[in-house]
Design a protein around this ligand. Structure first.
Ligand SMILES: NC(=O)c1ccc[n+]([C@@H]2O[C@H](COP(=O)([O-])OP(=O)(O)OC[C@H]3O[C@@H](n4cnc5c(N)ncnc54)[C@H](O)[C@@H]3O)[C@@H](O)[C@H]2O)c1
Length: 329
């Protein structure tokens, strides 16, 4: 694992530590003290102050990249060239060119490249998938995302512990990518690719170098319409829902991260409570190991994640150009 920060503690790092199918043999961080402390705390055999050294460790078979977004691309290329399988944190990379090169290098090296869009595995998302695929809500006509996460500490940027999140050079982009990537990915997983997007990606907070206020209207290849709202501007509340509507009813995931599902059809209104495990990334870690062992695709291969990231890149271009654009290069 490269990067021993928040994702290392709460996301992929936790998933690897609790998985019975994977072992965390080495960790690295550009801040060597962090890597050393993480290794000591979690009884990891080796630590490095350089990602490259970890990649060269012969015991390392898979590299999980949990650094700021800017380094996803160079570490993926380096890991692929060293013949290591790669699990990359979201949001995959920060440009289409980087994504394509990462995919190409991993293909050339014959290694898997997967992206940690772990919400695909959420039991509420899986329930929605079963319901949609079995036609319970009919033909899908409309889907919406509304996510407002207040980045409190980042409103005083000098004091922010993860300031890189609002620096364009390190993060690549703001909330449309940050909160958007996971949620757009859920809709791509459930409904298929987005074909057209018209977005407004703007800054409203002080000291931000990236968008903190973004909305978009989209059309899916299936013909369904969609609307996305992702903001870091709303204090004293947190909204995080995804709604999918069809000719026979609707499904509401609200809040997405807490597992509540509402289904409304001709049979009336039903509510379900699905448990989201604490180790949210455990299924994606186990799925990755399964894919290596069986030679079959992961649930979120890079080519699939690319569909999500292309919506994001096209959305930002659309905002600059002030018009709707077809999703793609
Ligand atoms: N924190 C979360 O809950 C979370 C959730 C999902 C995805 N992610 C993704 O995980 C990645 C890391 O995010 P985070 O929240 O853990 O950030 P973080 O700032 O908490 O941790 C990043 C770590 O990477 C280290 N680092 C920076 N540059 C490096 C380099 N060149 N080589 C090696 N180490 C380097 C930093 O010292 C830091 O310890 C991001 O891509 C983010 O989008 C985070």
């Amino acid at each position: 694992m490269i990067g021993c920060g928040s994702a290392a503690e709460l996301r992929g790092g936790l998933g690897i530590r609790v998985s019975e199918n994977a072992e965390l043999v080495a960790v690295a961080d550009i801040d060597g003290d962090l890597a050393r402390d993480y290794a000591a705390q979690h009884e990891i055999p080796r630590w490095y102050a350089s990602g490259q050294e970890l990649i060269e460790d012969p015991d390392v078979e898979v590299v999980y990249i949990a650094t700021p977004n800017r380094f996803h691309h160079p570490y993926t290329i380096a890991a692929a060239r060293a013949g290591k399988q790669v699990l990359c944190e979201k949001p995959f990379a920060t440009s289409l060119e980087e994504n394509l090169e990462m995919i190409e290098e991993c293909k050339k090296a014959g290694v898997l490249l997967s992206v940690s869009y772990y919400r695909r595995f959420y039991p509420n998302v899986q329930r929605a998938k079963r319901l949609i695929d079995s036609g319970v809500i009919g033909k899908i006509t409309l889907a919406g995302i509304h996510a407002t996460h207040f980045l409190g500490e980042h409103h005083t940027p000098d004091a922010a512990p993860r300031r890189w999140l609002i620096e364009k050079d390190m993060a690549g982009a703001g909330v449309f990518q940050r909160a958007g990537s996971h949620r757009i990915d859920v809709l791509v997983y459930l409904l298929g690719p987005v074909s057209e997007v018209y977005a407004f990606t703007e800054q409203m907070g002080d000291g931000y170098d990236v968008d903190d206020a973004s909305v978009a209207t989209v059309r899916f290849e299936s013909g369904a319409q969609g609307f996305f709202a992702m903001h870091h501007t709303v204090s004293n509340s947190q909204t995080d829902w995804i709604e999918i509507c069809g000719t026979e009813g609707r499904i509401l995931l609200d809040p997405l991260d807490e597992g509540r599902v509402v289904v409304e059809t001709a049979d009336g209104r039903k509510e379900y409570q699905d448990d989201i495990p604490e180790a949210t990334t455990l299924p994606i870690i186990d799925d990755f190991v399964r894919a290596i062992e069986t030679g079959t695709p992961t649930i979120c291969p890079a080519e699939e994640a690319l569909k999500t990231n292309q919506v994001i890149y096209t959305g930002y271009r659309s905002s600059v150009e002030g018009r709707s654009l077809p999703v793609g290069p």
